[in-house]
Ligand binder design. Sequence first.
Ligand code: NAI
Length: 354
Amino acid sequence: MKKIAFYDVKPYDREWFDRLNGGRYELEYFESKLNAKTAALSAGCEGAVAFVNDDIDAACIRELTRAGVRVLAMRSAGYSNVDMKAAFDSRLTVVRVPAYSPYAVAEFTMGLLLCLNRKIHKSYIRTRDFNFSLNGLTGFDLHGKTVGVIGGGRIGRVFMGICRGFGMEVLAYDPFPGEVEGVRFVSLDELYQSSDVISLHCPLTEDTFHLLDKKAFSAMKEGVIILNTSRGALIDSAALLEALNAGKVGGAGLDVYEEEADLFFEDRAGTLIRDDLLALLVTRPNVILTSHQAFLTQEALKNIAGTTLSNLDEYFAGGPLTNEICYRCKGAETSPDCRKTRKERCFPPRAEGQ
Ligand code: NAI
């Protein structure tokens, strides 16, 4: 039976993988994150399964392939933590789960907005202490306000629909704008100038790194609410803190943080947190920070496990791969020369033991 190394595993991940695996693979679970040091744990495994905060750089990829791994199955949509060029050069096939529940993330984003705007996080703490005062809890109606959605893909579109349900005017920016009923695609400048709430739903790439920086914040409306359930490094956190301190940004709902990799998903309550920027952000009453949990619904976990296992099945069956990504095509067919348009893999698979 083929062995698969499974990194950064939590009990909630295991539940669905164990249920859906049905004995087809021997799953070796490791609590450690995947990085250059832990890659050797994969010895004897033909596949490795990894997640968003694993550090899959060139050294890690070298160690993985040395250990015998031929396919890296990301159990996430994003793959900005994978050195795709190194994977391509090592002929390590990379697959992912492009969509598992856009509803999970979009609904959580609205949850952050409602909590932040109506200060539910504060009332929860007050009433537990029998403090029934309403002072300082005033919010604003979402109805009639303008939300700017950056990234009009799967999650962005579901979020747009939710916002429309609240009676908000929806603006969107995407370099590849599409048609969405009731939504106006505009330039980033117009979105910054007109939005009361700005929500990020684009991938982290070289182009989007620190998309929201000092200059972007200065172009926004006074008191704008910022939501980020995509990737931490889309926001320059130091610039966000400055904008919060100046009152330019009225609140931030953050499910991701640019330096989250060594912190999130674990209980650090007894640890001295040396990240001063994070420490300052979490003390702000108008910041809600969650630990990359927007994806965490039963439906999403089931879909992640199901798609990851079928990605592995496809790989070992030797046919075309539905969810393959490589550094040339980034998961999409971009040119007539792309092998995917010919229903082939991005590159021929490594032979067993190669
Ligand atoms: P998607 O691929 O369906 O959509 C992304 C959209 O962003 C595309 O329409 C693309 O054209 C657009 N885009 C690309 N470059 C852009 C730019 N420079 N400016 C604005 N838009 C740009 O991806 P999906 O499924 O909607 O996911 C969005 C992001 O959500 C992912 O990249 C991932 O980082 C994040 N995510 C976060 C989760 C969490 O638990 N917090 C869970 C799942 C995804």
